[in-house]
Write a protein that binds this ligand. Structure first.
Ligand code: PBG
Length: 345
């Protein structure tokens, strides 16, 4: 090659992205997305009993706790700089309505009080749904029996408007116990409006609603259903949760919840739906957006890491960064404590 040809090629390469990758310091200066412990919300499973700390087989490192054991756990979550927890409860017994869901001494109500007594500044978010409390494991009241309320709807159909009244009662009960935010996850039409009206009527007009606005009918909830014992006894959730194939419909769901008064939106699961997170962020820039990095996503990473097939810290930080880069302000994740620890190093 002639020397003037070499000079020409070098000139063509005067733009060199690698210049900004030369040192860790410069790489840090130009980093576009920063993760921090205060991006995270940590899920906690609470069960009845005393001294309980039971590891969930499909979710290594995640436990079911009894309320009396929560104080030290929540103190350590706070020390890691994680500002919020989201609670899921396992009731003593289940029935068709899920009565413990709104009982003043229900498992969640006890847990809220225990957490607030131990760490008053911890933001307590509660999941508002029926599936962990009903004996049939569905997210609402069922159309069932010979005298069923809607003879033209199928046997076992999850009733919408009848369920809304229960959801509003549950949200009020959580607020009375001291919850800071309520998060309806049942994908009933009108759930945000019903809960808003219920909270306002009970004097909780300042309690925000974080709506699971865009929740897909996903296989990635598998381990959660072991953790929270909320698997449906028959059928599935496809008549209320969204079809994974749909994106435009997600924007419709979000728009409805915004109109009904949702204060924050959520997309769930996170990793197969990064495009939905991005579109929701762009379409509704005025609302905080959360993404739920769900149990199956966690279990896959843990299983591979325990086998030595991936470097856990690297892949967890990469996927959490990806969720934030896609547009989530907040990430609900079972990795929160470990990720916060890695960020503090
Ligand atoms: C419903 C609820 C579910 C999850 C959160 N809230 C289960 C479902 O819809 O079947 C799943 C969370 C996870 O998989 O981590 N109460």
């Amino acid at each position: 090659m002639l020397s003037n040809q070499k000079t020409q090629i070098r000139n063509m390469h005067s733009i060199r992205p690698r210049r900004l990758r030369l040192s860790p310091q410069v790489r840090a200066m130009v980093r576009e997305t920063q993760l921090a412990p205060d991006d995270f919300i940590y899920p906690l499973f609470v069960a009845h009993g005393h001294g309980l700390k039971h590891e969930i087989a499909s979710m290594p490192g995640v436990f079911q706790w009894s309320a009396d054991n929560l104080a030290p756990e929540v103190e350590s979550i706070a020390r890691l700089g994680i500002p919020a927890v989201i609670l899921f409860g396992l009731p003593e017994s289940k029935d068709a309505i899920g009565l413990e869901n709104f009982a003043p001494d229900g498992v969640i109500q006890q847990a809220i009080r225990a957490i607030k007594a131990a760490v008053p500044e911890m933001v307590v978010i509660t999941d508002v749904c029926l599936c962990e409390y009903t004996d049939h494991g569905h997210c609402g009241l069922l159309n069932t029996g010979s005298d069923r309320p809607h003879p033209h709807l199928p046997e076992g159909y999850v009733l919408n408007d009848e369920t809304l009244d229960v959801l509003a009662q549950v949200a009020v009960s959580h607020a009375e116990a001291g919850a800071d935010l309520v998060a309806p996850s049942g994908m009933m039409d009108g759930m945000v409006a019903a809960i808003r009206a219920g909270l306002d009527a009970a004097g909780f007009e300042m309690t925000p609603i974080l709506s699971y606005a865009i929740k897909y009918a996903s296989g990635f909830y598998g381990p959660f259903r072991e953790a929270a014992q909320g698997a449906p006894k028959f059928g599935d959730r496809k008549t209320h949760q969204m079809d994974p194939a749909n994106a435009r419909e997600a924007l419709r769901e979000a728009a409805l919840d915004v109109a009904e008064g949702a204060d924050m939106l959520m997309v769930k699961p996170a990793l197969p739906y990064l495009d939905i997170i991005r579109q929701t962020r762009d379409q509704f820039p005025e609302l905080p957006l959360a993404a739920y990095n769900v149990s199956g996503e966690y279990a896959m990473v843990k299983a591979a890491a325990l086998n030595g097939w991936v470097d856990e810290e690297r892949v967890v930080m990469e996927l959490l960064t990806g969720i934030k880069r896609a547009g989530a302000d907040l990430i609900i994740t079972y990795h929160a404590k470990e990720a916060a620890r890695w960020l503090q190093q």
